[in-house]
Design a binder for this molecule. Structure first.
Ligand code: MF3
Ligand code: CO
Length: 291
């Protein structure tokens, strides 16, 4: 069903402005792109200024938690201790760690080391060793708003080969981010990520990707990194999603741990790295919400 809004009616976005002075031209643009066969976001994916303000408060906690991990992480620490830092810092600031009990996930954060691609489960048995690379993926709920970002950490003397993987994946995210602007396509971002990874001899994980985020942990659209420029969903102002490519030194092929049902590994046991940022599409480009 589609109820046409009058030009002088209040806009659907909740701004209290008249439709003609708010999202009318936005809707016309969306309809034009839809009629050209493009995938377009529906209104539920467009955040209001009030929602954006709330999500930014959540992201402040997420960033502070990662900063706290960054200041404490070191050789000899267990991933259980990282989990405790995340839980304590998040709850002290009034937030809830989003992973905890999410679809049965048992801990407050994902910690994925070396050949672990993502969704590593913190454990008192896993000790950080000299030469490890680890992704710490933090997600926060604050007053119902969600934030999500992850960083890589190099523990002690990391080989040049692994250090380069970590650095290149960071560059992939930065190059993808440069492509985020209104009325472009998610594929523009995706191709920038993919091309840089492949140019460095790496492979990009195919069937795990990013996602819309803000009002829920995982919203539409699904965000992959193997797509071409000019394809996938149109990026419209007010959309918010993650850029979080998983890049493998060897094969892109992965498997899920049969025992715990969560941890994802590379099939060839070669290292994998991931960085994640949460980004908002603005009227004239983008804004990084969490990193
Ligand atoms: N933080 C992950 C993401 O980037 C989601 C992890 S789900 C969990 O989407 F349950 F494993 F935490
Ligand atoms: Co995410």
């Amino acid at each position: 069903m589609h109820v046409k809004i009058g030009r002088n009616d209040p806009c659907w976005c909740g701004s209290m402005k008249k439709y003609k002075n708010c999202h009318q031209s936005f809707d016309e643009k969306i309809e034009e792109l839809r009629s050209q066969g493009h995938i377009v976001p529906d209104h539920s994916l467009i955040k209001t200024p009030e929602q954006i303000a709330g999500i930014k408060e959540s992201a402040k906690i997420n960033i502070a938690v990662l900063d706290e991990v960054a200041s404490k992480i070191k050789e000899g620490m267990t991933t259980e201790e990282i989990d405790k830092i995340v839980y304590d810092t998040t709850t002290k600031m009034g937030g809830i760690p989003a992973p905890l009990n999410y679809e049965g996930f048992p801990k407050s954060v994902c910690t994925s080391i070396n050949e672990e691609v993502c969704h590593g489960i913190p454990s008192p048995k896993v000790v950080l060793k000299d030469g490890d690379i680890i992704n710490v993926d933090v997600s926060t709920i604050y007053k119902g708003y969600y934030s999500d970002s992850s960083r890589m950490f190099c523990i002690g003397n990391v080989s040049d080969e692994k250090r380069k993987l970590v650095q290149v994946v960071k560059e992939c995210v930065e190059l993808g981010l440069e492509q985020v602007k209104p009325w472009g396509f998610l594929g523009d971002m995706s191709q920038a990520v993919y091309d840089h990874a492949v140019a460095n001899g790496y492979q990009v994980v195919r069937n795990i990707g990013g996602h819309g985020v803000g009002l829920e942990f995982h919203e539409d659209p699904w965000v992959g990194y193997i797509y071409k420029k000019g394809t996938q969903m149109v990026m419209a102002p007010g959309m918010m999603f993650t850029i979080e490519p998983m890049v493998n030194m060897g094969t892109h092929k992965i498997s899920v741990d049969k025992k715990n049902g969560w941890t994802v590994y590379t099939n060839d046991k070669k290292p994998s790295a991931q960085w994640e940022i949460q980004v908002l599409v603005t009227e004239d480009g983008h804004e990084v919400i969490a990193y």
